[in-house]
Each structure stands twice: as C-alpha cells, then as structure tokens.
Write a protein that binds this ligand. Structure first.
Ligand code: GDP
Ligand code: MN
Length: 397
C-alpha cells in the first residue's frame, strides 16, 4: 500500500527522523492559513507547495512550486489543486490533485551551500536482507544517475537479525562526504530511518532528496513509502492512511470481494486458479497474439458465486473482448467448476457480452467438458493449452 508524501513524513517524524515541516491543505484558503502558521513557527516567509498524489517526478510535472509570499501561496495552491498532474511516473492522463502539502522552504540561503542526497531502504529479495541505497547525487534525476553513472549509487546490506550496526551508519555518512555536525546528524538520520522502515512493516522508504541544510541539519524533504499489504492487519494506524482515490477502482472492488486482481492494458480477460498458472496463461494469450486484460487468481474455490464475482470484475474493464478461464481441478473437481461457470453465466443474463473459452484440467475433466459443451451457451471448451490459445485467437479475429 502506497502512501502520500505527507503521511510518509508523519511516520518518519514519529520515529524521530527530522523532516521538512508542512501542513496539508485542500483549497487555497487552507493553504494560506497553513503558510501563516508555518511562518509563525519557523520564521522563514517562503513556502513550497507540493501536490499530494501517488506518483514521483512531481517536480518535473509542475506539481512542486516555490511561493515567496502569501499571494503566491494562494495562486499556486489554486493552480495545483484540481489539476491533472502528469509526471514521468503517471499515465498519459495524469493524476487528479485533491490536496497539497504546504511546506517550509528549507533551501533558504545561509552561510554555506545546501546539498541533496538520495537514500532508500528496501528489501533485497536475492539476499533476504534489507538494503540501504544512497548517493551524493540526490534530487530530481536519480533515475538518470542509476542509468548512466550507477557507480555513484552505494548500497549497504543490513542483516535483519542484527539490525543496523553503528559502523554502517558511520560508513554511510562518511561515503556521503560529511563531517562535523552534518556527519553526526546523518548517522542519527540513517538509524531512525531504518527503524521507521522496520517497525512500520514497510517494503520501501525512499527519501529523495535528503537535504543537508545550510546550517548542517539533515532532513527528509520528500518521502515515498510503501507498507507491506500483508502486515496491515497489525498496523491499523497505517491501514487507515489508505487513499482509495489513488488506487485502480476495479482493483479496489476486487479486493473487497477477496479476489487477487491486477488491471492490465489488454483485451483478453483471464480467470485462473493459482498465481503460477495465471502467469502461464498470460504468456499463452500473448503467444496467441492477444494481450491479457488482467491478472486474476480466483483461489481455491471456484463455485458459481465466486465465478460470477470474477466475471463481474473482469467485465468492468471495457477493453475486454473475450474471457479465458483456465482452471486446474485438483481438490476442487472440474465438473463442479464447469457447473459453476454455467450457472454464473446464466445469472449474468445480458451483462455477459463476450465469448468465453474454458479450459478445465484435472479431476473429472471429461465430465466438465460435457457440461460446458451441452450448456447451449456461448462458452467454448478446450482441453489442451494450445487449443485454448487457438480459440482465443479465433474469437479475437
Ligand atoms: P518529486 O519531484 O515528486 O520527487 O518531489 P520532491 O518532493 O522531491 O520535490 C521536487 C524538488 O523540489 C526537490 O528535488 C527539490 O529540489 C525541490 N524542493 C523541495 N522542497 C523545496 C524547498 O523547500 N525549497 C526549494 N527551493 N526547493 C524545494
Ligand atoms: Mn523526490
């Protein structure tokens, strides 16, 4: 589950990580009030107005702007709230902005220069360890850095059994070229960031930029956080941060009925049991010249009710031109599934608008084929994988 920047920063602050302070606003009036309050608390009169959407690259898309007075706060907030923000990480249509973070300007001129670093904590699945990635080349072009000068990105692996060790935090601060106050600040920053990552059950904490201010403080200016969905049951506080407006509407509905569904761009709907078979089915569709419209794992039960729910979810995607059902009947018998498909199809009535190809293999497969073939419905059966692919191709042609 992804979070907004302001929510990520809230979590960071609760673990003692220094953050660029800010207040969320839903309209220009609230933005001006927020700016006044921040000025009263911090003293600097400049603010940065930041679109809150689940996508990076906001700066490049015009979603992060500096306001030098209250009039500019109002103007910029009016401009950003309600806009469709298009960034390198959104679709071509962009994302609607419902709220902004009004933050104190932390790049104000001082005795010395500010520096922008990159830092993230992620799970390295290959080694089964956590990993801190960091670079002196922080800011808006980290993807470019990763591509053309990957040697400028360092990694530090952390054994979850021991946690982050003191020397590792010092090594990171040293590699970032820091000394004195900034060095000490950075070791503290790294330790609290790592703690926040572990204790919130996150998959990812990406802070870009981490800023060294002109008075040598180290703080998080941005926060991209993703919490492990499987841990949300024990992290109620974070689960409540979910913003459904940012998520795919069909995926949200599928989750509500307990289906594993991922929306994709193609035209062939898939209903499969088991994630591995679901992926193989998507390959099969591609090889037949189609494009999968979704990934859908119906799980262990494939009775009429479940199949009908899956049909309804798949058909919410207007691009679907055919549905391929590929189910292996191990514990669940194929004839039961076949009967489920027939009953679900009938229940759907006029809502069922596309041809269906069903491949059932396993226990009682022959009986299942008979049920499908004798149903008198626009449902075709297939026995072999290739046969299913050919039939998909034929209905798409
Ligand atoms: P992103 O583009 O979605 O990653 O959004 P960020 O939160 O990283 O902001 C984009 C850029 O805005 C940062 O890389 C900074 O260079 C700049 N920025 C953020 N906060 C401030 C600020 O307080 N003052 C100034 N002058 N620039 C800022
Ligand atoms: Mn950023």
């Amino acid at each position: 589950m992804n979070l907004h920047e302001y929510q990520g920063k809230e979590i960071l602050a609760s673990f003692g990580v220094r953050i660029q302070r800010g207040i969320v606003a839903h309209n220009a009036k609230e933005a001006v009030e927020a700016a006044k309050q921040l000025t009263a608390e911090t003293g600097t009169g400049w603010h940065v107005i930041k679109a809150q959407v689940h996508a990076g690259g906001r700066g490049k898309g015009g979603g992060v702007k500096l306001a030098k007075n209250l009039k500019e706060v109002e103007e910029i907030a009016n401009q950003i709230i309600g806009m469709n923000l298009i960034t390198p990480q959104t679709s071509a249509e962009g994302k609607k902005v419902h709220q902004v973070l009004v933050a104190e300007d932390v790049y104000y001129p001082g005795e010395s220069e500010t520096s922008e670093f990159y830092m993230s904590v992620v799970l390295n699945r290959a080694t089964g360890k956590n990993m801190i990635m960091y670079s002196t080349e922080g800011g808006m072009d980290i993807e470019e850095v990763a591509e053309s000068t990957p040697h400028l990105i360092f990694t530090e692996e952390i054994d979850p059994a021991t946690g982050l060790l003191g020397f590792q935090a010092r090594k990171i601060a040293f590699n970032l070229g820091l000394s004195g106050t900034a060095f000490k600040e950075m070791t503290k920053f790294v330790a609290s960031l790592y703690k926040a990552y572990v204790e919130s059950d996150s998959n990812m904490f990406e802070i870009n930029p981490v800023l060294k201010t002109s008075d040598d403080l180290i703080m998080a200016v941005d926060a991209k956080v993703s919490i492990d969905d499987n841990a949300l049951y024990r992290r109620k506080k974070y689960a409540d941060m979910r913003d459904l407006r940012e998520e795919n509407a069909i995926e949200v509905e599928a989750r509500e009925v307990g289906l594993n569904y991922v929306d994709l761009d193609g035209n062939v709907g898939c209903m499969v049991n088991g994630a591995g078979l679901a992926m193989a089915t998507m390959d099969l569709i591609k090889m037949a010249g189609g494009e999968p419209a979704n990934f859908l794992d119906v799980g262990g039960t494939a009775d009429a009710k479940r199949v009908e729910e899956a049909f309804r979810i798949i058909l919410k995607d207007p691009n679907v031109k055919a549905i391929l059902i590929n189910i292996f009947g191990g514990i669940v018998r194929c004839d039961r599934v076949a009967q489920g498909v027939v009953d679900a199809y009938k229940n759907m009535g006029d809502a069922m608008k596309v041809p269906i190809i069903v491949r059932l293999q396993g226990t009682n497969a022959e009986l299942a084929k008979e049920i499908i073939d004798n149903s008198g419905l626009a449902v075709e059966s297939a026995v072999q994988f290739q046969e299913a692919a050919d039939k998909v191709k034929a209905v798409l042609a």
